[in-house]
Design a protein around this ligand. Structure first.
Ligand code: F6P
Length: 323
């Protein structure tokens, strides 16, 4: 193998740049030529492929986002789209592709693998919902960004004896809300895995005051049965009866844009190096993950068809500790 390429796909995650840097520099160190694909699978189809050098990836490790750019591509989900992508790689003599991303991106990698193109995935999504890995690139930084917001809101909430609702990202799963809520000492955590009616949410916040607290903070996952907007609407309609107002903060993409912390830089660097090493060993159709502290590869099939249930013991712990 002489030439490989790397791309970042789906939602950007803090640490993606560190992973690209490691792929490029370990690749060059191992005698490979490394190419970068701009704008994920969309750029692969549009032939946005360029050679990268050790210098091209200088000064990027400390930056959030992805200097290669990312995208969500509908065309890549089609066989003709993938054929164009494979033809563009082949025209440059690129023999393998490293794909840094979450569930949708690894599904794309699996499709390429099934069509016979060598691929290695790298687990990266702030949502921490990718199966087979304890954690993915970006999770730690995203939780820390949410945590800083919760800590600040707690200060103003206490000053005014107010109730606050903070919505965090996490398309389908509640990991970010659970982790940030637990670490931030939230009074209530509202996640898709544990459905909660607005009346119950209001009761939970009220009980925090009854226990003598100066504030009441609820963290809600964007994918919860009732998200921040729906809960806020309920409070607008029933505020007088409930006896208190609710202030709402939606963090949204703020969580994705943070500069990667030490944990994500280290994880991404280890993942990037391991991806190139796997390709050199002749592995393909695998994803680089971390399990119990060990970086290893698992078959893409297991990742794409697997599930990653939330550890609800953490939810129970948060409930007890909120007292
Ligand atoms: O998967 C990462 C994520 O940030 C989710 O938490 C969120 O639901 C989604 O991406 C948002 O996607 P987009 O940036 O395309 O709006």
């Amino acid at each position: 193998m002489k030439r490989i390429a790397v791309l970042t796909s789906g939602g950007d995650a803090p640490g993606m740049n560190a992973a690209v840097r490691a792929v490029v520099r370990i690749g060059i160190h191992s005698g490979l030529e490394v190419f970068g694909v701009r704008h994920g699978y969309a750029g692969l189809i549009a032939d946005e492929i360029e050679p990268l050098t050790a210098r091209s990836v200088g000064g990027i490790m400390q930056l959030g986002g992805t200097f290669l750019g990312s995208a969500r591509s509908e065309e890549f989900k089609t066989a003709p789209g993938r054929s164009k992508a494979i033809a563009n790689l082949a025209s440059r003599g690129i023999e393998a592709l490293v794909i840094i991303g979450g569930n949708g991106s690894q599904a794309g990698a699996y499709a390429l693998h099934r069509e016979g193109f060598p691929v290695v995935g790298i687990a990266s999504t702030i949502d921490n919902d990718l199966p087979c890995t304890d954690v993915s690139i970006g999770v730690d930084t995203a939780v820390n960004v949410a945590l800083e917001a919760i800590d600040r809101l707690r200060v103003t909430a206490s000053s005014h004896q107010r109730a606050f609702l903070v919505e965090v990202m996490g398309r389908k799963q509640g990991y970010l809300a659970l982790a940030a809520g637990l670490a931030g000492g939230a009074e209530l955590i509202i996640i898709p895995e544990v459905p909660m009616e607005p009346e119950e949410i209001a009761r939970g916040l009220r009980e925090a005051y009854d226990r003598g607290k100066e504030h009441a903070i609820a963290v809600v996952a964007e994918g919860a049965q009732y998200n921040a907007e729906a809960i806020a609407q309920y409070f607008r309609e029933h505020g007088e009866r409930l006896g208190f107002e609710l202030r709402v903060t939606t963090l949204g993409h703020v969580q994705r844009g943070g500069a990667p912390g030490a944990f994500d830089r280290l994880l991404a660097t280890r993942f990037g190096a391991a991806a190139v090493e796997a390709l050199i060993r002749g592995e393909t159709g695998v994803v680089v993950v971390i399990q119990e502290g060990n970086v290893r590869t698992v078959p893409l099939e297991e990742v794409v068809h697997g599930t990653k249930p939330l550890d609800l013991r953490l939810y129970e712990l948060a409930q007890v500790l909120a007292k």
